[in-house]
Design a protein. Structure first.
Length: 341
């Protein structure tokens, strides 16, 4: 989420974690210690928040000491989901109950003795861990990945679980916490809640470690073809958008191609040309809808602008043709930013 609060006056992209009794926020997901925490006891939440007229999907969390913290989601459904869960957490604290968020993970509850981080390191052990393979499915080649069945097999053989049913619960938790990533339509559909269990014990459901050398490419009859890494990814979405230069403030129409792995949004001259004019690296980025840009004249009408803030905090402003198209781009970019290299 984008966040503005007592620690800083400008909007910053933050990795936000909802706990039983508070909200922690980190500069990056991989950071070990949070930049700060907002206690939920005695807090109140206000949504929709109109304190920032040019920012959409903002909600305000007011702590017990009357400190205001503002958060901006990428789209309406995401904001409402955060507000709903935070309200439930506050209600549980007030009633002396324990908050447990229900999600597509079907409320997975692991014993406190299980250390997912230590288990992840064991799974990645070059000698005794899960073997990364080159697998093929639906005319696509998945490099440095493994099957759901091999994950459960490894958990059984390492005595981490007693049976495959326990393995599904443990693997689902690893998936939810980001230690495993889905690769391919089958595993991604399950992870997004289209299956009863987010992790699949199947030989055609593929997964990979997030910091591995995973990439996906179309199958080629010429094994000697070497593709540049930026162009290995499967195209997720493409189309023309208006782009405002992050150095110069002029607007130009560009053709955009969103790739899955690695996570790049390339842009081209719409008149033609195979070589991209540039690329936006999406891994770790934040994308949000906006109504206006700072220090720049608004180009056209409301409700069709969005902003990408990269992990290096470079800002890109883009304009879609309609509000619906903007939402489609935001959701597609969010998905790629989470799973792509």
């Amino acid at each position: 989420l984008l966040m503005q609060g007592s620690m800083f006056n400008t909007w910053k992209p933050m990795w936000v974690v909802l706990l039983e009794d508070g909200i922690e926020f980190y500069k990056r997901k991989a950071d070990n210690s949070p930049k700060g925490m907002v206690p939920l006891k005695g807090s109140s939440i206000n949504s929709p928040c109109q304190d920032f007229g040019k920012r959409m999907f903002v909600f305000k969390l007011t702590a017990a000491k009357q400190q205001d913290h503002f958060f901006q989601a990428a789209y309406l459904e995401e904001r409402d989901a955060w507000v709903r869960d935070i309200k439930k957490a506050i209600h549980c604290i007030d009633g002396g109950q324990r908050f447990a968020r229900k999600s597509t993970r079907k409320s997975i509850r692991l014993p406190e003795t299980i250390n997912l981080s230590a288990l992840y390191l064991s799974m990645k052990d070059p000698e005794k861990g899960i073997k990364e393979l080159k697998l093929e499915k639906d005319k696509k080649v998945f490099n440095h990945c493994f099957t759901g069945t091999s994950v459960i097999d490894w958990l059984v053989s390492s005595n981490s679980i007693r049976n495959r049913k326990e393995g599904l619960m443990l693997a689902s938790s690893l998936l939810s916490e980001g230690y495993l990533q889905p690769a391919g339509d089958t595993s991604k559909a399950a992870a997004e809640g289209l299956s009863d269990i987010p992790f699949l014990d199947l030989s055609d459901a593929y997964y990979y470690f997030p910091d591995s050398g995973f990439f996906c490419e179309g199958n080629s009859s010429d094994d000697d073809v070497v593709l540049k890494e930026e162009f290995r990814g499967i195209v997720v979405k493409q189309g023309c958008l208006l782009k405002q230069g992050h150095r110069r403030k002029n607007w130009k129409v560009r053709k955009f191609v969103l790739r899955e792995d690695p996570a790049y949004l390339h842009y081209y001259d719409p008149a033609g040309g195979e070589e991209p004019l540039g690329a936006i690296h999406l891994r770790g980025c934040v994308v949000t809808a906006v109504e206006d840009m700072p220090d720049s004249k608004k180009y056209d009408v409301d409700n069709i602008l969005f902003e990408i803030i990269t992990a290096n905090e470079v800002h890109y402003y883009l304009q879609a043709a309609s509000s619906a198209e903007r939402t489609e781009w935001i959701k597609a970019i969010q998905a790629v930013a989470r799973t792509g290299k």
